[in-house]
Design a protein around this ligand. Structure first.
Ligand SMILES: Nc1ncnc2c1ncn2[C@@H]1O[C@H](COP(=O)(O)OP(=O)(O)O)[C@@H](O)[C@H]1O
Ligand SMILES: [Mg+2]
Length: 474
C-alpha cells in the first residue's frame, strides 16, 4: 500500500490539490474510471476513453447508464477486488482490474483500471512472426549443417578400412573426441558425417570447418564469433561463431594441422572448459559439442617441429581413425567404380548412360595400376568425367581424362626399350606431366601462372621456357 506524504499538499488550496490529483490520474498510461458509492461516474482519464470508446459525457451519470453491462457497481456491493477481467465492446478488447475504495472501513466508491489488448495483440502478432522467421532460419540452418552420409555408404572390404569403420561405429555413440588421419580424398569427411549420423546428436547440426581454407586472421572469429563492435567492419550486433552453431551437435575441424599455433591454445582452452568467448566480449557462453578433427598431415612430426601443440594433440586424439590411401586398397576399386557410376548416373541425370554399363577389363586394370594421389576423390572425378564421355554401354580407356592415360603410356617401364636415353626421357616426361598437373590444379591465367611457378619452386621465366620446350599450351 502506497502512503502519500501530504507535506506539500497541505500548502495548497483544495482546488489546487484536486488539480494535482487529476493531473496524476490523467498522466497514467492505463485507463482509469472512478465511481462513487452510488455508482455515479466521478472520474475518467483520457486513456480510459481511448481504450473503451466512451465519451466524457458519462461523467456525473450512473455508470450503468453509459455501460449497462458494467461490473464495477457490483464491487460496491460485494467489496471484492477483481483482477484481469476480459472485456470486449465492438472490436475493442481490454482487461480490467476492479477494486473498492474504502476510507475508514466505509466504501466510498470503486475504481476500474483497464489495459488495452490491442497493443498486446500487436506484440503477440509480432512475436509470432518473429517466431516463424526464427523457425525458418533454424530449418535453413539445419539443412545447411546436415551430415548426409552414413556407414552404409562407406565402400570397401580392405582390412585397414574395415578396421577403421569398425572402430568408428563403436565410438559413434560416445562423446569421445576423434582424430581422423589419412591423405586427401580418402574419405575423412565421409567418416565424420557417418559418425555424426550414427550418434544421438544426429538431429543436431554437423558443422564442418576447413581450418586450411579460412585465413588465419579470420579463423578465430569464425570459430568463436565476435561481439558488437569487435573491430571495424564488424557486423552490428556481432556474429555467432561456428562453435555456437554446432551447439549440441558435432563440429568437424578439418585440416586441423593447418591451424595457427596461437589459435591451437585457444581451441584447447575451449575444449577443456566447454565454454567459448566471442572475440571482443568478456562473458563466456557454455557450449556442448562433439569434436571430430581431421588432417592429412603427420601431427606427431608437427609436434616435433613445434608447429602443433602436444597437449592439443592428446586432447583430440582420444580415438584415432586412420584411413588407408586408395593405392593400398586397390581391391576396393571395382566396387567403388560401380557405386560411383550408379550415383553419377542419378546425380548428373545422364540419360544416355544405361544402368547396366560395363567397365572393360583393360580400363579396370588401368584404374587398379594407377597410384591415385587424390584417392577416392580423384577416382570419383575421373569416373564422373568418363560417364559424361561414354556413348555406349562400355566405359573404355579412351573415356578417361587424357592426362591420366597419357601417364600410363609414358610410364618409364613401358618406354625403357624405345629410346636411347631412357632415364632422361622418362624424367622429361615426368616433368611435363607434373607441370600439366600443376596447371590443372591452379587453372590458366596470368595470376595462375605465377602460382604455378611458385608451386613448382621455379621462376616465372623458367616456367615459360619449360612450357615452350614441352609444347604445353597455357
Ligand atoms: N570408402 C568410400 N566409399 C565411398 N565413397 C568414398 C569413400 N571414401 C571417399 N569417398 C568419396 O570420396 C570423396 C572424398 O571424400 P572426403 O570424405 O571428402 O575425403 P577427405 O575428407 O579425406 O579429403 C567424397 O565424395 C566421398 O563421398
Ligand atoms: Mg576433406
Amino acid at each position: 500500500m502506497l502512503e502519500f506524504s501530504n507535506f506539500e499538499m497541505t500548502d495548497l488550496s483544495l482546488e489546487k490539490q484536486i488539480e494535482w490529483w487529476k493531473a496524476i490520474v490523467h498522466s497514467i498510461n492505463d485507463g482509469v474510471l472512478v465511481i462513487d458509492h452510488l455508482g455515479i461516474v466521478r472520474l475518467v482519464n483520457p486513456e480510459y476513453l481511448k481504450i473503451t470508446g466512451c465519451t466524457p459525457a458519462m461523467i456525473g451519470k450512473p455508470l450503468k447508464e453509459s455501460r449497462p453491462g458494467a461490473l464495477l457497481p457490483e464491487t460496491l456491493i460485494d467489496q471484492k477486488t477483481r483482477v484481469g477481467v476480459y472485456r470486449k465492446t465492438g472490436d475493442r478488447e481490454y482487461v480490467v482490474d476492479m477494486a473498492p475504495i474504502t476510507v475508514n472501513n466505509q466504501i466510498i466508491g470503486a475504481v476500474s483500471i483497464c489495459k488495452s489488448l490491442t497493443e498486446v495483440h500487436k506484440l503477440n502478432q509480432e512475436l509470432k512472426q518473429k517466431g516463424e522467421k526464427l523457425e525458418q532460419l533454424q530449418k535453413k540452418m539445419n539443412s545447411l549443417y546436415q551430415a548426409n552420409y552414413t556407414f552404409k555408404q562407406i565402400i570397401g572390404k580392405n582390412r585397414g578400412l574395415k578396421e577403421a569403420v569398425h572402430v568408428a561405429e563403436r565410438v559413434a555413440e560416445t562423446d569421445l573426441s576423434i582424430l581422423i588421419t589419412g591423405e586427401s580424398g580418402t574419405g575423412k569427411e565421409l567418416f565424420a558425417q557417418a559418425i555424426h549420423n550414427e550418434s544421438r546428436r544426429k538431429n543436431q547440426p554437423f558443422v564442418p570447418v576447413n581450418c586450411a581454407a579460412i585465413p588465419p586472421s579470420l579463423l578465430e572469429s569464425e570459430l568463436f564469433g565476435y561481439g558488437d563492435g569487435a573491430f571495424t567492419n564488424a557486423k552490428k550486433g556481432g556474429k555467432i561463431g561456428l562453435f555456437e552453431m554446432a551447439n549440441n551437435g558435432t563440429i568437424f575441424l578439418d585440416e586441423i594441422g593447418d591451424m595457427s599455433y596461437d589459435l591451437q591454445a585457444k581451441l584447447l582452452r575451449v575444449l577443456q572448459e566447454s565454454k567459448i568467448r566471442r572475440v571482443g566480449e568478456t562473458n563466456e557462453r557454455r557450449i556442448v559439442v562433439r569434436i571430430i578433427a581431421a588432417t592429412h598431415r603427420d601431427l606427431q612430426q608437427l609436434v616435433k617441429k613445434n608447429r602443433f601443440r602436444e597437449d592439443l594433440l592428446y586432447r583430440l586424439n582420444v580415438i584415432n581413425l586412420h584411413i588407408p590411401p586408395l593405392r593400398e586398397r586397390k581391391e576396393d576399386i571395382p566396387e567403388l567404380v560401380d557405386s560411383i557410376l550408379q550415383s553419377s548416373v542419378t546425380n548428373l541425370e545422364l540419360e544416355h548412360v544405361p544402368a547396366d554399363y560395363t567397365v572393360d577389363e583393360q580400363t579396370l586394370a588401368f584404374l587398379q595400376s594407377y597410384e591415385w594421389p587424390g584417392n577416392v576423390r580423384e577416382l570419383k572425378n575421373m569416373i564422373d568425367y568418363a560417364s559424361c564421355m561414354v556413348e555406349g554401354t562400355a566405359i573404355k580407356i579412351e573415356h578417361l581424362p587424357e592426362i591420366l592415360t597419357k601417364n600410363r603410356v609414358v610410364s618409364p617401364s613401358l618406354q625403357v626399350n624405345s629410346v636411347d636415353k631412357p632415364l632422361q626421357q622418362a624424367m622429361e616426361e615426368a616433368e611435363k606431366n607434373f607441370i600439366q598437373e600443376t596447371i590443372k590444379r591452379f587453372g590458366t591465367g596470368i595470376e595462375e601462372k605465377k602460382k604455378v611457378a611458385n608451386a613448382l619452386g621455379i621462376s616465372l621465366a623458367t616456367l615459360y621456357n619449360k612450357l615452350k620446350r614441352h609444347h604445353i599450351d597455357f
